[in-house]
Design a protein around this ligand. Structure first.
Ligand code: URA
Length: 283
């Protein structure tokens, strides 16, 4: 085995392994911290699941077919069984807390093995506006909360520009664990999270669903084509378990806007249309 001695060699080795940022001056065993936090969350999740068990047993059989995922074998270390399990346990969740508890104990997404935390959702469980992003980044992974890094700061400003406080909306992602080394989520990882995302939308039941960026707009709103052709248009989101469709639209992802600030003008126009739609729906 080659021994790396030069600091530059060691840094490049870290870079290739996906370690992309320094965490602090002093070494800190984050694996031990994360393991302890995971233990606490599992205990909490088990309590929530236990409390809901009797109630759930009384429910009729859950709908096993998800609206958008056809249950079939997928790649990326995600088995058909994992997707079936995801559909089954997500359908059993009766509240947002149930759903979080179910995800805490769900072992079917391989990203859980490399992430520090589950990044579930944030905000009001009965929000009128719900936003779904792409995948959690490093800040989100560390805190276990979506959109807390630079993209999150911009998202908060975008919401504020149409009079919405972040605490009034519900924000989540298409994938609940951070893919390592800043990579995008793979098809199987998205597919195994989708039943939970769909159930989350059903439970929050917002007036408006906003998908952030191309990949999430494609998968949730069943649209194709470049996001620039999809923003500014209204769609509906529905799945077979829902009693009514939800008004939905795509919006440029704040991460994209950070890199392409000239697109902010169009994004702000799209936000104004969302504000108008919300006024109409509330009237
Ligand atoms: N980008 C996302 O899509 N989601 C986050 O939570 C953070 C950045």
């Amino acid at each position: 085995m080659e021994i790396l001695e030069h600091p530059q060699q060691i840094l490049s080795w870290y870079g290739e392994a996906g370690v992309d940022e320094a965490m602090g001056e002093e070494p800190l065993d984050r694996y031990a911290l994360a393991a302890q936090a995971a233990k606490n969350r599992t205990a909490q999740a088990e309590q929530v699941l236990k409390a809901g068990e009797a109630e759930r047993a009384a429910l009729s059989a859950p709908v096993l077919k998800s609206g958008l995922v056809s249950v079939q074998p997928v790649d990326n270390g995600v088995s058909e069984e994992s997707i079936k399990k995801a559909v089954e346990v997500a359908a059993q969740a009766k509240t947002i807390d149930d759903l979080r508890a179910a995800l805490e104990t769900f072992e079917g997404c391989p990203l859980k093995n490399t992430a520090m935390n589950l990044v579930f959702g944030d905000g009001r469980p009965d929000a009128k506006v719900m936003l779904i992003g792409d995948v959690p980044g490093a800040d989100e992974d560390r805190q276990g909360v979506p959109f807390v890094g630079p993209a999150g700061m911009l998202l908060n400003k975008m919401l504020a520009s149409i009079g919405l406080d972040r605490s009034e909306v519900f924000v989540s992602n298409a994938v609940f664990w951070r893919p390592p080394g800043k990579r995008s989520a793979l098809a199987g990882e998205i597919a195994v999270c989708l039943p939970f995302v769909e159930r989350m939308i059903e439970l929050v039941d917002p007036m408006i669903l906003i998908t952030l960026g191309g990949p999430t707009t494609h998968s949730l709103l069943a649209q194709q084509g470049n996001i620039s052709k999809l923003v500014g248009r209204w769609f509906t989101y529905e799945n077979p378990r829902m009693s009514h469709p939800i008004a939905a639209c795509g919006l440029y992802h704040p991460e994209f806007l950070l890199k392409s600030p000239t697109m902010k003008r169009q994004a702000w126009a799209n936000l104004l249309a969302i504000q108008e739609k919300l006024k109409d729906l509330k009237a």
